[in-house]
Design a protein around this ligand. Structure first.
Ligand code: CMX
Length: 441
């Protein structure tokens, strides 16, 4: 299998680099840690290692060296579409090279072979109370598949240097099944259906998802699905979902256990829910003004939001200092395909007005939009209007990045994570010591 061959070929040189860092340079100081960082959610402490993606404050997410615009240009496109094949992105994340069309299609073919979901998973989902959150169902389904984990089954007989092979098998099996599970949850929860969706090996990942979701414009939605999964696949290792996968995986929990945990983190209001809040804010504006307001009305509405003690959702970022290229890519998608849609026109006006308002307020370090300022609007346009489902979509995309990281973490033999704790008293002692005058020389 192509991913296996390519990773195997790269492994010796990566292992050498890692060995050299660990053995010869282990004492080199990388960064210092402040009290503010310890009490502030470990913000910006440089302590994670990944080569799959990097968030550059000036360019946004960079996947294996490629910023979003370049990535969208270079990856092989789906047949009859303008968006890249998701299989090509997975190849890039795993291997670090832009695939040929044939290589991207090989990954797609692997997914098609592995997409069958056992019946008991659907039965289990069906038996849950109707009001169960779709993210709970999604995470449960992943966990329910855990008994098929190659990694877990082979664990006792495998040597450490081949863990990654079982991890790759699991990652392909898992990512192949996610669109089927997600589409089933969507049709079951919101439309009362109980039909097992069928993956068509002649169609790519994006088109399969669009068809199984049964949206009206399948071709358009397949393009959006491809773009959406690619843009949401990874965002370095420090965000909650990526870090959870990494942490749980470091205990050698298999990819199913680890990804189910990652989904539980993604389900938190501070992580995966911002896109629905943002769409809600746009709809509030639209409802209040009976359509797209004037620029002045929007300016005042934005100030009213801030003055009522709320943030303007979809704007600002912890790391980025420019408009998020993931926002720009989605906006370009919408403007090319449905520029006259009210919410798209409104989002575009918000892009013009809100940064000015945030600058006048003078608090946000980055007054520009992030990915969430537009992603819900696009789903809404295609008729996927069930807000609480949006995080499930995020989860399908995020699986691509976190499983690529999981495979490489096992390939490079990374150890179990175990940062050190202090007590509050110890931290206060450090502060008191730092406040003492330096002894006169
Ligand atoms: N509206 C109003 N105030 C904002 C703001 C916004 N969109 N963005 C930042 N601020 C405020 C912060 O609340 C903070 O105020 P206080 O000093 O009173 O606490 C101040 O500006 C400084 O914040 P910051 O350092 O610029 O931003 P943070 O790293 O603390 O937070 C983020 C980043 C995204 C949580 C924040 O910008 C925000 O709340 N945005 C709105 C919600 C949102 O869009 N979330 C999606 C994030 C998507 C992602 O991370 O990928």
């Amino acid at each position: 299998m192509i991913l296996h061959e390519k990773i195997a070929a790269q492994l010796p040189s990566w292992r050498d680099r890692m060995r050299s860092l660990a053995k010869e340079h282990a004492d080199v100081v990388v960064d210092h840690v402040t009290v503010g960082q310890i009490v502030g959610g470990m913000r910006d402490i440089k302590s994670l290692l990944t080569d799959v993606s990097f968030v550059d404050p000036a360019h946004g997410i960079i996947f294996r060296g490629l910023p979003i615009p370049e990535l969208l240009k270079k990856l092989p496109k789906a047949r009859g579409g303008k968006m890249p094949l998701v299989g090509g992105l997975y190849y890039l994340l795993m291997i670090g090279e832009v695939p040929t069309r044939e290589q991207a299609l090989e990954v797609e073919a692997e997914w098609a072979k592995r997409a069958e979901v056992p019946d008991y998973v659907f039965k289990m989902l069906k038996s849950m109370p109707k009001e169960t959150h779709p993210m709970t169902l999604f995470s449960q389904a992943v966990l329910a598949l855990q008994n098929s984990s190659v990694f877990a089954h082979k664990y006792h007989e495998m040597k450490k240097d081949v863990y990654w092979e079982a991890a790759l098998e699991d990652s392909l099996n898992l990512t192949a099944k996610l669109p089927v599970i997600a589409a089933y949850i969507y049709r079951m929860k919101y439309f009362g259906e109980n039909k097992k969706p069928k993956y068509n090996p002649k169609q790519d990942y994006g088109m399969n998802f669009a068809r199984m979701m049964k949206v009206a414009d399948k071709k358009g939605y397949a393009e959006l699905a491809r773009l959406y999964f690619i843009l949401h696949s990874d965002h370095e290792s420090g965000n909650v979902s990526a870090h959870t996968m990494h942490l749980v995986g470091s205990a050698l929990s298999d990819p199913y256990l680890s990804f189910s945990a990652a989904l539980n983190g993604l389900a938190g209001p501070l992580h995966g829910l911002a896109n629905q809040e943002c769409l809600g804010w746009l709809i509030d504006v639209k409802n209040k003004f009976g359509g797209v307001p004037t620029r002045d009305e929007l300016y005042k509405f934005s100030w009213d939001t801030l003055n009522s003690g709320h943030v303007i959702p979809g704007y600002g970022h912890a790391v980025l200092r420019v408009p998020d290229p993931r926002y720009m890519a989605q906006m370009e998608f919408a403007k090319k395909r449905f520029p006259d849609d009210d919410l798209v026109r409104l989002a575009d006006m918000v892009f013009d007005v809100v940064p000015q308002v945030l600058k006048e307020q003078g608090k946000a370090k980055n007054p520009a939009p992030n990915v969430d300022a537009i992603s819900g609007t696009l789903q809404y346009y295609y008729g996927v209007r069930e807000f609480d489902f949006y995080t499930v979509l995020f989860g399908i995309g995020r699986a691509l990045g976190v499983t690529a990281n999981y495979v490489w973490a096992r390939a490079l033999g990374w150890p179990i994570e175990r940062p050190k704790s202090l007590t509050t008293k110890m931290l206060e002692d450090v502060v008191a010591k730092a406040a003492q005058p330096a002894p006169a020389s």
